[in-house]
Design a protein around this ligand. Structure first.
Ligand SMILES: Cc1cc2nc3c(=O)[nH]c(=O)nc-3n(C[C@H](O)[C@H](O)[C@H](O)COP(=O)(O)OP(=O)(O)OC[C@H]3O[C@@H](n4cnc5c(N)ncnc54)[C@H](O)[C@@H]3O)c2cc1C
Length: 438
């Protein structure tokens, strides 16, 4: 199918949560727009997550303000397909102008007139503005240390579905953020021998004194933090909504039978090495956990809240063997490792966006999503305006700011000076006269 020439004021590329939020705010402000999605609404939630994944935050929190998950308890964690259905229902609610199955292939600024020429899989579009809502997690990032050994089955966490998908044998999961730790836990519970390579991480308590960590990070202003603390660029967050939600506790996981190792170093001659940093990483994670409990206690005291005390939350299990006597090298064959799962994050791809909005490393240049190329916007990126920017509840606020900016720019663009207004009036009168004569 092809289209004739389409013109729109604002083109939004991508209909994940970011694209849907953009469309809602543009609709509210009366900005004519079109959303193009190469697959389906919320495709990421449908096909780039493992089968048992549930949202990391409870339904009262991990949603947009305009719609509740009315079939789920407020404190439940929505399964991934339910999250996808939520965004589809949300888009239906305000009749979002979304066209699915259309890929944006190239965006270039027009040379001799305002706006952009957009080359899509069904033809050309002219747009005054373009919002890139193509997601923070587009391409699986696998570090160059990955071995080239054909005998090993290697996948990225975005390709993991369930334990049955993997060949017989032990698994090494590299990366212990929310994805890696949940996948490793699921594999170990299915009966597999699992090695989990643990780097620096934060691990907030799932809940403390009757409040979920999402609530704590909210009231303590942590979701609103505008910039990463220096030196925390490689610190992941390990949280889980699995099995009703629980605190990620590496000491407990070791006791359960997971083989914890430090950061993965190198692969050579059938062997893999690990850094000596496991104990330090776990202790730093514990510190982060305990600091949140302290901050929560202080908040409760300061505000005189009546929330039950929970002293047992401060009791940590003793250091497991993997901390006191860490494994620094493994012979992959001897350990029976047949699979490596790289839970090592994602990169973005803006090769389709041929505009002046990137630095020399290809990183988007913007202020709260308003890029250095007038008329080009980004939404959904990590730390776009704050820590919450990639998350469901955060992207909605960023989209609002961007839609406001677009509406304001439209106002400037439509301004006419006195001469222009007068000329327009005269032309209107002429048109009316012509019509009445006819
Ligand atoms: C495993 C995992 C679990 C997560 N769990 C949570 C959670 O529990 N709670 C939470 O708040 N956040 C969670 N997140 C973070 C975040 O909510 C998701 O990553 C979310 O999918 C990001 O939404 P998005 O709209 O920015 O991007 P995406 O969902 O990736 O949407 C981008 C869309 O753009 C489309 N697209 C890309 N390029 C083009 C193109 N050229 N033309 C047309 N369309 C294009 C894609 O098909 C895609 O549908 C999780 C992330 C991951 C990876």
């Amino acid at each position: 199918m092809t289209i004739g020439k389409i013109e729109t004021d604002t083109l939004v590329v991508g209909a994940g949560q970011a694209g849907v939020a953009m469309s809602e705010h543009l609709t509210k402000l009366g900005v004519p727009h079109l959303v193009l999605e190469r697959n389906r609404i919320a495709e990421g939630w449908r096909t780039q997550r493992w089968d048992s994944l549930v949202a990391n935050g409870p339904t009262w929190h991990d949603r947009f303000p305009g719609l509740e998950f009315d079939d789920l308890d407020d404190d439940a964690f929505a399964p991934k397909d339910r999250v996808a259905a939520y965004f589809e229902a949300y888009a239906d609610k305000f009749d979002a102008p979304i066209r699915t199955g259309v890929e944006v292939k190239k965006v270039t600024r027009n040379a001799d007139r305002p706006g952009f020429t957009v080359d899509t899989s069904i033809g050309e579009i002219q747009a005054n503005r373009v919002v890139a809502a193509t997601g923070p997690f587009q391409h699986p990032a696998i570090p160059p240390i990955a071995p080239t050994d054909d005998c090993l089955h290697q996948i990225h966490s975005s390709e993991y579905r369930n334990p049955q998908q993997l060949p017989e044998g032990a698994v090494l999961v590299v990366g212990a953020g929310s994805s890696g730790v949940q996948i490793a836990d699921e594999l170990q519970r299915s009966g597999k021998t699992v090695y989990l390579s643990v780097g620096p991480h934060d691990r907030p308590p799932r809940a403390y004194r009757n409040r979920d960590f999402c609530w704590w990070l909210g009231v303590l202003g942590e979701w609103d933090a505008e910039a990463m603390k220096p030196g925390t660029e490689h610190v992941t967050i390990a949280v889980s909504g699995a099995r009703g939600g629980h605190t990620v506790d590496f000491r407990k996981l070791a006791k359960q039978g997971l083989n914890l190792v430090g950061r993965t170093g190198t692969f050579a001659n059938g062997k893999v090495t690990f850094e000596k940093d496991l104990a330090e990483n776990i202790r730093n994670g514990d510190t982060n956990y305990l600091e949140l409990l302290d901050a929560a206690d202080a908040y409760i005291a300061r505000n005189g809240l009546d929330l039950p005390e929970e002293p047992q939350a401060r009791t940590l299990l003793p250091d497991p063997e993997c901390m006191t006597n860490p494994t620094l090298e493994l012979d992959l064959a001897e350990a029976g490792i047949t699979t490596i799962i790289w839970a090592t994050g994602f990169t973005t791809d803006y090769s389709w966006l041929d505009v002046n909005a990137f630095d020399d490393k290809g990183k988007p240049q913007h202020k709260r999503g308003v890029s250095t190329e007038p008329g080009v916007y980004f939404v959904g990126l990590p730390w776009l305006s704050r820590r919450g920017s990639t998350f469901i509840w955060g992207v909605w606020h960023d989209a609002k700011h961007i839609a406001d900016h677009i509406a304001t720019q439209r106002k400037y663009a439509s301004y006419k000076d006195a001469d222009q207004r007068e000329a327009e009036k005269v032309s209107d009168i002429r048109d009316t006269k012509k019509k009445s004569i006819a």
